[in-house]
Design a protein around this ligand. Structure first.
Ligand code: FEO
Length: 407
């Protein structure tokens, strides 16, 4: 696409990945971008690199602005390979440049490229780099979302280069929020933000809230947020900050996600009466069938809803594998402020629903018990039980949701 000036003398020099659909298991149906930024100041400084496959793209973008050999400093905000795996390609051009990075970042880079001999300048929160007109201030953001993470703030233009935070996986010809929203609806961007937050940042809500509050307390004037994925927040950075605070504080729609799989359609037959009971209570419902939907979609729909019912067939006295994978994946994301329950069918011996509850509790989730089970295919009586289960769960979700209304 070529470099794009985002602030005076500061350019986006990244890459658009139109084709990526599997991002370490997370399905990126809209593709993504790897954003990095070149500061054309007295000391030319590059902030972040891009995924290795796109190293020539960013180098060509830089060449349109300057001779890459003139770069004096490389800032590495985050060492995950989608941002840092072009370090070697960049450092081959500027072997004597100084790399500004956190201590954990340095250790990580030295593991990835042992014996590189690169010149690291380890930085802590509040330390600065003056490039001439601009002052870059570094702010460590450990565990947001890796231990090495930091962000870079440029006070003269109120620019926060936020690495993964505030990003979205969207490949688009637009670089800015207002540019994208001129021809696309807000819900498309909103969906991408929630998808990204749910699949990557869900475990870190409290840290996110704390870090945003810390930034607010520091009184930093933020005119623009430039993340390392997706659109740059030029028009309305406060919109994404507010959205992150909401999500970190317990935001969810007052609805139920039913996420299930089925072997011979018995568990599937339970879905409709359960949904009927939920709807009878005036609660909206979203149904996701595992194996028909990417895991990341199931995670996103889980995150959007205040309550989730997991439909789990029993296989060999255990959870059906696709459902086990979903619950296990969810456990790692440590969801808060959601209530879960389970239902499912079994043949000769149960076990799936019981095991689902064991895992819910192991992962510290709020549970609605007991679940409902049927042997073989649901009878009319079983369908009534499912309907009632749906109603009772919806009542509980409404009660559970009411405590978040004031947030
Ligand atoms: Fe986009 Fe944590 O890397």
């Amino acid at each position: 696409m070529g470099p794009i000036e985002i602030k005076p003398y500061i350019y986006w020099v990244g890459a658009v990945d139109w084709g990526v659909r599997d991002f370490h298991g997370y399905i990126t149906e809209r593709g993504t971008t790897y954003n990095n930024y070149l500061i054309m100041d007295d000391q030319i400084t590059l902030v972040d690199t891009v995924k290795h496959d796109f190293s020539t793209v960013t180098i060509e973008n830089i060449k349109k602005l300057t001779d890459p050999k003139k770069i004096k400093n490389l800032v590495i905000n985050h060492i995950e390979p989608d941002h840092a795996s072009s370090i070697d390609a960049i450092m081959d051009i500027i072997p004597h440049a100084k790399i500004y990075i956190t201590e954990r970042g340095r250790k990580g880079v030295e593991r990835y490229w042992s014996g590189s001999g690169w010149d690291f300048k380890v930085v802590k929160t509040g330390e600065t780099l003056n490039t001439g007109k601009y002052t870059l201030t570094f702010l460590e953001t450990p565990m947001l979302h890796w231990p090495d993470s930091m962000v870079t703030y440029i006070k003269e233009v109120g620019l926060l280069i936020s690495q993964d935070a505030f990003g979205q996986h969207i490949a688009t010809a637009s670089r800015f929020d207002d540019e994208f929203l001129a021809t696309n609806p807000w819900y498309e961007l909103e969906d991408a933000i929630i998808d990204y937050y749910a699949n990557i940042l869900m475990p870190f809500g409290q840290l996110i809230k704390g870090k945003i509050e810390e930034i607010i307390k520091l009184g930093l004037k933020i005119e623009m947020i430039a993340p390392d994925h997706g659109l740059i927040w030029r028009k309305d950075p406060n919109r994404i900050i507010k959205m992150y605070l909401d999500m970190a504080t317990g935001f969810a729609d007052m609805k139920v996600a039913i996420i299930y799989d089925t072997m011979w359609q018995s568990t599937e037959k339970m879905v409709m009466p359960i949904m009927g009971g939920i709807k009878e209570e005036g609660v909206d419902c979203k149904v996701v069938k595992l194996r028909s939907s990417p895991m990341s979609v199931a995670i996103k729909e889980f995150w959007k809803a205040r309550g989730c019912l997991v439909g789990v067939p029993t296989l060999n006295n255990l959870m059906f594998p696709s459902v086990a994978e979903f619950i296990y994946h969810l456990g790692g994301l440590r969801p808060k402020n959601r209530i879960v329950g389970a239902f499912g069918s079994y043949g000769w011996g149960g076990g799936g629903v019981k095991e689902a509850y064991e895992y819910f509790k192991r992962f510290g989730m709020d549970v609605f018990e007991p679940g409902v089970q049927v042997q073989f295919s649901p009878s009319l009586e079983d369908e009534k039980s499912c309907y009632q289960f749906g109603r009772e769960f919806a009542k509980k979700v409404k009660e559970y949701h009411s405590k978040f209304n004031s947030l």
